[in-house]
Design a protein around this ligand. Structure first.
Ligand SMILES: [Zn+2]
Length: 428
């Protein structure tokens, strides 16, 4: 799936109608969830049937295109099935019981309810809300794709206007010549990452730079009277500043990830639990600023597009073990240099990156038959035992075969995911 986005140009009354559609979409989603909570054993199919009943009962729900209503019910089902999955995994912590949505910002159409003009520069919405025709702004050309490839169209409200996203059913793959290089990454705070060649990519720290401006805007807003018009204005200013930061982050993540995947056959990184790390409060700001998880999402995505191998290994002992002799060298967070008895003196992060690469190569070497990305991750995580699990960094000739295999990646199957993350991160 490929998502193309264009900004919408229209009359304010049209945008007010889009708001109504978004509200109706949220209403249907929440009603479907209510039905699931009240009805024991309700299935996805029951939820879909519920949509027609809602339309008969509520006039504004009827205004919404019937397939859009269906996708609202599907969204409710997504939340429910995620909850079920978490329960099945039996992991500790919260399971994410589905909640009613209050701040929905988008409405999703499938294959009906909308039409593109012949030159594909205008989008008209044809359901009961009467939104009409809107101009599409943006550099992405929809003429390259067949209309039948457009599976979904969603309208999204952001701090700086309204956007249309076209979800195009296309498997984006590009053939690249093998480079013969492998790389391990250690994600850090001092620098964005350090690779196994000892190179460092600096952390952009956009948020820190915009911090003063953000704080000022935040302060201005909180001084205004609650519920007043001035507060609403100040809130808009703040939302735009947040939107800018989230766009800068996304841009940095995409460019860095692309360059990295382009120039390496195998990329090994740590399977970090960012959520756990955010609990370490004094580090929280830098960690979320660095936005590692988004970066990892894009590395995996480009890995799939360019047919490269991306492996996430358990982060245990990667910074403590020596990359040469595998002895454990205890060090605190503030110790920046790795000094081992064997005579190895390396930058702390460089040493960790070498360990991460070694771990990843070991998993591919040990399991030549696994061809799914998910399996590799699983095996890499199982091998969380201490330094004994480190093998000599060898580059198996396997890699040549691996390169041509279709790399399955659960998270990227539906490539909306990074888009949604970015959009929900700080859009308001
Ligand atoms: Zn050593």
């Amino acid at each position: 799936m490929l998502v193309l986005e264009s900004k919408l140009v229209g009359h304010p009354t049209q945008f007010a109608l889009i708001d109504q559609a978004i509200r109706a979409f949220q209403f249907v989603r929440n009603k479907a969830l209510r039905y699931w909570i009240d009805t024991k054993g309700a299935t996805k199919y029951d939820l879909n049937k519920q949509c027609a009943l809602l339309a008969a009962e509520f006039a504004w729900a009827k205004k919404l295109n019937s397939m859009a209503r269906q996708s609202a019910a599907e969204r409710a089902w997504m939340a429910i099935s995620r909850f079920f999955d978490n329960c099945k995994k039996a992991a500790s912590g919260k399971k994410g019981y589905p909640r009613f949505q209050k701040d929905n910002r988008s409405v999703e159409y499938k294959t009906t309810g909308w039409k593109l003009s012949d030159d594909r520069k205008h989008l008209s919405l044809r359901d009961g809300f009467g939104i009409g025709s809107l101009k599409l702004l943006g550099s992405r050309n929809l003429n390259f794709y067949h209309l039948k490839q457009i599976k979904r169209v969603r309208l999204v409200r952001r701090a700086d206007g309204y956007y249309a996203q076209f979800c195009i059913d296309i498997d984006r793959t590009e053939d690249l010549a093998p480079t013969g290089r492998t790389i391990g990454l250690d994600m850090g705070l001092e620098s964005f990452y350090t690779d196994s060649n000892g190179e460092k990519v600096e952390n952009p720290r956009y948020l820190r730079k915009s911090d003063v401006a953000l704080r000022r805007a935040q302060r201005r807003m909180s001084r205004k009277k609650k519920g007043g018009a001035n507060r609403a204005k100040a809130r808009k200013v703040l939302a735009r500043k947040h939107l800018k930061v989230s766009r800068q982050r996304k841009d940095f993540a995409i460019k860095t990830a692309r360059a990295l995947v382009w120039s390496n056959d195998l990329i090994a990184l740590e399977d970090l639990k960012v959520r756990n790390m955010l609990r370490t409060h004094h580090l929280a700001k830098s960690i979320s600023d660095a936005s590692w998880s988004m970066f990892r999402g894009w590395v995996e995505y480009f890995g799939k597009v360019f047919g490269r191998v991306v492996i996430a290994v358990s982060p245990q002992y990667t910074s403590q073990a020596c990359s040469v002799c595998h002895a454990m060298v205890k060090k605190s967070l503030s110790t920046r240099t790795h000094t081992c008895q064997c005579g190895c003196v390396l930058d702390r992060d460089h040493n960790a990156a070498l360990n991460i690469l070694a771990k990843a190569l070991k998993t591919t070497g040990g399991h030549p038959e696994s061809n799914a990305w998910g399996e590799w991750t699983a095996t890499a995580m199982e091998q969380s035992s201490a330094a004994s699990s480190f093998a000599e960094p060898r580059i198996p000739c396997l890699l040549r075969t691996l390169r041509y295999r279709q790399v399955e990646c659960q998270r990227i199957k539906n490539s909306w995911v990074p888009e949604i993350d970015a959009q929900h991160a700080h859009a308001n």
